[in-house]
Design a protein around this ligand. Structure first.
Ligand code: ADP
Ligand code: ASP
Ligand code: MG
Length: 410
């Protein structure tokens, strides 16, 4: 008997039929004697629909009201799932994030969890109830509803598992684990039995949205046993993917564990700025002040006293960033501001890279052979990322997947 936190994503609760199916699965785990806390997302498409409604009203909603609207999807599914559980003869109780008391900071639409009060949940578990909690949301110290950023239900689940010191946190989704790359793009992708936290963190932050980055950070920090599985398989049919601290010492560590990609990228270049101390700050300072996150940065070698400076931002912030640069252009004496929002980032990730030189050159050669021009490069100890034209995204992912021996039956 164990205490398990399970999270069911949007597709897994996408219809009332599927919600009933989740209730039946939970019933099976109960029959095995486990205590269960269930976190659910909104029905698939619902959060996007709610965001769409806000756009019909205004292009710049107050973040507080945005959270009031987009948090509602999860309130529907907790109620429906609790009803479905009761219909299966299982006592259940639903809680919104605020009711559990998931305390967050006040950064609306991307709030961070500060503390969780487990008392309500413990009491219900002791009374033999299944506890059903709304993912993606919390409440700040003033009682305002907050949300945790897209994909945030993963983080709710891991945070609850940490607070309750659960034996395991199981993330149920529409794939049966973490793959070497998104199986929707590369059908030859292989399911990984295990992946290290470090690698999963890189994969998630480089665009693999199977787990929200913060959920992986949280699980690593609080040593939560985290597993990704499919809600469409029979209970117990597969072990999914375990996110582990340990590198697998029994097996030869592959050099590259996965290929991640991100379409939501855009590049801005400031051409012909004077090459003098302080220029990077004068360009990026106003960008930071506008709350825009910057990813890759490149400054060219100066020539004739001037240089070019490029950086990438999330595509949704492209126009905003461009406007900021136009605003400072004359002040910094730049010749021109140019931008490209049709770029993407493709990355190879693997802890094995540490002990194997030559991965970068293999990656660059492979892309060159396909005629794919690399616009920017960034590396860390366990990843190499390149920015390329968006039209090459699928090709680049597929050939790198093959080159690094990740294809099934390779
Ligand atoms: P949920 O609604 O259950 O949270 P998500 O859509 O957020 O599901 O995450 C699951 C999806 O993540 C899969 O359908 C898959 O297309 C995508 N994905 C991207 N990269 C990977 C990967 N490396 N392994 C598995 N799935 C991936
Ligand atoms: N419903 C939210 C979203 O679509 C949170 C989640 O599903 O994890 O982003
Ligand atoms: Mg998700």
């Amino acid at each position: 008997m164990a205490l398990i936190v399970q999270k069911y994503g949007g597709t897994s609760v996408g219809t009332t039929e599927r919600i009933r199916n989740v209730a039946k699965r939970v019933a099976k785990f109960r029959a095995m004697g486990h205590d269960l806390v269930i976190v659910v997302s909104a029905m698939s498409g619902e959060t996007n629909r709610l965001i769409g409604l806000t756009k019909e009203i205004t292009g710049s909603p107050a973040p507080r009201e945005m959270d009031v609207v987009i948090s509602t999807g999860e309130q529907v599914t907790i109620g429906l799932l609790s009803m479905a559980l009761e219909a299966e003869g299982i006592p259940a109780r639903s809680y919104t994030g605020g009711q559990v008391r998931i305390l967050t900071d006040s950064t609306h639409t991307k709030a961070r969890i500060l503390a969780i009060d487990e008392e309500n949940m413990r009491r219900d578990l002791n009374l033999g109830r299944v506890v059903v909690v709304a993912g993606f949301q919390g409440m700040d110290e003033h009682g305002n509803i907050t949300t945790l950023g897209r994909g945030g239900s993963d983080t709710t689940a891991v945070a609850l598992a940490a607070a309750l010191r659960a034996d395991e946190c199981q993330i149920y989704t529409d794939v049966d684990g973490v793959y070497t790359t998104d199986p929707r793009i590369v059908p030859e992708a292989r399911k990984l039995d295990r992946i290290t936290f470090e690698e999963m963190l890189e994969m998630a932050s480089l665009g693999s949205k199977v787990l929200q980055i913060r959920s992986v950070e949280f699980a690593g920090k609080y040593k939560v046993k985290l597993r990704v599985l499919s809600s469409f398989e029979e209970v117990g049919q597969s072990e999914g993917t375990l996110i582990t601290v340990e590198e697998d010492r029994n097996m030869e560590q592959p050099i590259i564990s996965g290929i991640a990609f991100n379409r939501d990228e855009a590049k801005l270049t400031v051409l012909g700025v004077p090459d003098r101390p302080g220029i990077a700050y004068q360009i990026l300072g106003p960008i930071a002040d506008a709350n825009i996150d910057v990813d890759m940065i490149i400054q060219n070698v100066g020539r004739d006293g001037t240089t070019d400076f490029s950086f990438t931002v999330n595509r949704s912030e492209f126009e905003k960033a461009k406007a900021v640069l136009e605003g400072v252009k004359s002040h910094i004496n730049a010749r021109e501001i140019v931008g490209d929002n049709k770029i993407c980032k493709v990355s190879a990730v693997g802890v094995g890279m540490r002990s194997h030189p030559g991965v970068a050159s293999q990656m660059f050669r492979t892309l060159a052979e396909e005629g794919i021009n690399i616009q920017m490069i960034s590396t860390s100890e366990i990843k190499i990322s390149v920015v390329v034209d968006e039209k090459y995204l699928e090709l680049a992912v597929r050939i790198l997947h093959r080159t690094f021996g990740l294809d099934q039956n390779a």
